[in-house]
Design a protein around this ligand. Structure first.
Ligand SMILES: NC(=O)c1ccc[n+]([C@@H]2O[C@H](COP(=O)([O-])OP(=O)(O)OC[C@H]3O[C@@H](n4cnc5c(N)ncnc54)[C@H](OP(=O)(O)O)[C@@H]3O)[C@@H](O)[C@H]2O)c1
Length: 277
């Protein structure tokens, strides 16, 4: 199984589909990561805030995949924002993961009230230069936050990881990211398996293609050139989520999926106000 890649603005190739690891404890995430890598996943989306990077690292060891084939993302949690603390945070994440570098390091949330993301970004630029990460990016950044990075720092983020699914298609943010040369990565791509997946429209489209609603939604992301990181805990689901690269949605399918937009954020987390540390 070969997963297509997307080339980031610094030339690094990133798999277009990977595994999410939020809200899973160490032992469980170890099993899931090991299983996923065995099935052919290479991108693992991790974060210090998930407090399970030890388990992610153990899953990586269990799978015995050559390091250069892996694409490991981690994120700077809110409480570690700041110049020196950003550097210390990545050192701790690498220690937990058992790695000497990650492939992508993201600022998890902008936390505009705290107003420390520009200083954190300066440290991220150093971490990139030091080879401790192969690419740097952001998560949940709005155009106004990207504007400040552009005005006050030198490196354009490679990725902006944002909540994105048919209910919240984020067309304007995608266009803004693209204009800046930033790849958009969809978090909660399945809207966290809520009401969206029960919508009869997805079942109907799925029937036409001989696929499930989940697979239809993943195909919708991929055809837009988005990077997607569904979280799944069972082998059968992990396998099904990889079996999506040959789905060719018609213009009519896409129009029907686009009509599912509600504008609602699954967890109600608005980046201009959401705070987590
Ligand atoms: N940057 C950020 O601020 C941020 C925020 C949230 C999430 N994330 C990242 O994005 C990742 C994905 O988001 P998410 O975990 O919130 O939600 P999600 O991937 O949209 O949905 C996960 C849910 O979908 C279910 N599922 C997956 N594949 C399925 C299948 N084939 N059939 C039926 N159900 C299926 C999973 O079930 P089971 O697990 O029970 O199998 C789980 O309940 C996270 O894990 C995390 O890495 C980032």
């Amino acid at each position: 199984m070969t997963i297509p890649t997307i080339t980031l603005n610094n030339g690094v190739a990133m798999p277009q589909l990977g595994l999410g690891t939020a809200r899973v404890e160490d032992e469980e995430v170890r099993r899931i990561v090991g299983t996923a890598l065995g099935l052919g996943y290479r991108l693992i989306d991790s974060a210090a805030k998930y407090e399970n990077e030890l388990g992610v690292g153990q899953g990586i060891v269990d799978a015995v995949v050559p390091r250069e084939e892996l694409f490991i993302t981690s994120k700077l949690r809110g409480r570690d924002q700041g110049f020196a603390s950003t550097k210390a945070a990545l050192a701790q994440t690498l220690d937990q993961l058992g790695l000497d570098h990650v492939d992508l390091y993201l600022i998890h949330w902008p936390l505009p009230r705290v107003d420390n993301y520009v200083e954190s970004w300066r440290a991220m630029q150093d971490l990139l230069a030091e080879g401790l990460t192969r690419a740097i990016g952001v998560s949940n950044f709005l155009p106004e936050h990207l504007d400040r990075l552009a005005a006050e720092t030198t490196i354009v983020p490679a990725v902006n990881q944002i909540e994105l699914h048919p209910q919240l298609p984020q067309r304007e943010q995608i266009a803004d990211n693209t204009r800046r040369g930033i790849v958009t990565e969809s978090w909660s791509p399945l809207a966290n398996a809520g009401a969206l997946l029960k919508d009869p429209v997805l079942a109907e489209i799925g029937e036409r293609h001989g696929r499930s609603p989940v697979q239809v939604v993943l195909a919708w992301h991929l055809r837009q050139g988005l990077v997607v990181i569904p979280k799944a805990s069972q082998e059968e689901r992990l396998r099904a989520n990889l079996d999506v690269f040959d789905i060719e949605l018609t213009a009519q399918d896409v129009a029907q999926i686009d009509a599912l937009e509600t504008g609602v954020r699954v967890g109600g987390q608005d980046p201009s106000t959401h705070e987590e540390f």
